[in-house]
Design a binder for this molecule. Structure first.
Ligand code: ADP
Ligand code: MG
Length: 327
């Protein structure tokens, strides 16, 4: 039922950044070596995500957009709500197609031709064989064109783009071995090289000054639920005043974790008074059973069973990193 689909999709797809997140995650899952994201008007007019990953056969492509389908074998941690299950399973492309004009083009390695499918408001309107590079290109146009109530809630193009930028930056930093680029209109925002080193990814995303002055985070003696805390944090002199840029990765997955962000900011507050906010990339190693991902796909907030312990460990690790750097 198209109406039901549209309502359900409106629940799971909140804004351009949520579309981008799902598409980039699919490209990562497909083993891409490069992912190019291009958006127009903050993603409200057009979103394109192109990858050189494993692609889909014509049959799988049809299945992927028309039904709640997933090809992904998930382990037991996923079923128990571990962090690997971020995102909604087998629903993303279907949901996106219900509330936009969706074109997916894909070719498997070795296949002589690719397949292309066009979906408008949940209906397949065209299906054809095309010549295309190996991998997958997904184009999402006119998001919420058929859900005016939701379209009305989109913010300015600049605001929508800043959310898109956060998502793509997060994945670029999490996957330093993938060349990730982001372009808004005809302007490239950043492009990582995909050589696998974190610092050069940070340089591409945040700039040379920030990257050159990052301080490594290397664990903490504080007891707590985390097996390890790693990453890099900015030297306070390169901090920006307006807001913080704290990217959190739990077992390699980029997540939203307000409590971790707060712990990082607190560590800076103790080292120096003031309102200069940090750049940080924080890697947490943790038993998935002690982490909870809110099941509602729009709220990708990760929660820790022992939040106080986590906070002590993250704060301790960042404080020692800053002390080691002579601060
Ligand atoms: P999920 O990712 O949870 O499986 P999606 O709706 O996001 O669900 O995708 C459905 C299926 O389409 C995936 O399981 C995968 O088989 C296929 N797919 C989607 N995007 C890509 C891509 N970029 N490359 C290869 N296969 C893809
Ligand atoms: Mg997916």
């Amino acid at each position: 039922d198209a109406t039901v689909d549209r309502i359900a999709a409106g629940e799971v797809v909140e804004r351009p950044a949520s579309v981008v997140k799902e598409l980039v995650e699919n490209s990562v899952d497909a083993g891409a070596g490069r992912i190019d994201v291009t958006v127009a008007a903050g993603g409200t007019e057009r979103i394109e995500v192109r990858d050189d990953g494993s692609g889909m056969s014509p049959d799988d492509l049809e299945l992927a957009v028309t039904e709640h389908a997933t090809s992904k074998i998930r382990d037991i941690d996923d079923l128990e709500g571990g962090v690997a299950s971020l995102g909604f399973r087998g629903e993303a492309l279907h949901a996106i197609g219900a509330v936009s004009k969706l074109t997916v083009r894909s070719r498997e390695p070795g296949a002589s031709k690719g397949a292309q499918l066009r979906v408008e408001g949940g209906n397949v309107v065209r299906q054809e064989t095309v010549g295309c590079p190996e991998g997958t290109t997904v184009v999402v146009e006119d998001l919420f064109y058929n859900v005016p109530a939701r379209r009305k809630y989109l913010k300015s193009e600049a605001t929508e783009f800043s959310h898109v930028n956060s998502v793509v930056s997060g994945y670029a930093l999490a996957n330093a071995d993938i060349a990730v680029s982001l372009t808004h209109g005809d302007r490239e925002t950043f492009a990582t090289e995909g050589r696998g080193d974190r610092r050069s990814a940070i340089m591409a995303v945040y700039g040379r000054d920030v990257a050159a002055n990052m301080v490594p985070v290397d664990g903490t003696d504080e007891p707590g639920p985390l097996a390890d805390v790693g990453g890099m944090v900015s030297h306070p002199e390169t901090n920006r005043a307006t807001r913080e840029y704290v990217n959190v990765f739990v077992n390699g997955r980029w997540v939203t974790a307000t409590a971790v962000r707060d712990a990082v900011v607190e560590a800076y507050d103790r080292q120096l008074a003031g309102d200069r906010y940090p750049f940080a990339v924080i890697d947490l190693d943790v038993d998935p059973a002690t982490v909870d991902v809110n099941v509602h796909p729009r709220k990708l907030e990760v929660r820790f069973a022992d939040e106080d312990g986590m906070t002590r460990q993250v704060r301790g690790a960042v404080e020692s990193a800053l002390l080691d750097a002579g601060l």
